[in-house]
Design a protein around this ligand. Sequence first.
Ligand code: FES
Length: 108
Amino acid sequence: MSDWVRVATVDEVKPGSTLQVEVEGEPVCLAYTGEEFLATSDICSHDYVELHDGWLEEDEIECPQHGSRFNMRTGKVLNPPATQSIAPYETKVEGRDVYVRGPMERVK
Ligand code: FES
């Protein structure tokens, strides 16, 4: 697992929106639910599609290509066509800065 990486300020991600950030060379989808920041790998497990272009609903992100949804706390896939989970990342806020580290282990 990586060290904490400062990826954004709290103002850069509006409530209900996502932002692609980079952690140790890997694209990460950072989301702000309006209450907390969540992060997962930005790449769908079904094909090489960036999830931050999809739709965030509470703690779920929907892939813009074929509609699989992933829980952003665990990375767990919630519906087909994707069948594999994606890696979740940890987040924290210090002052006005958002930090991410990971990836954590994927759930099956
Ligand atoms: S590329 Fe994401 S569901 Fe197909």
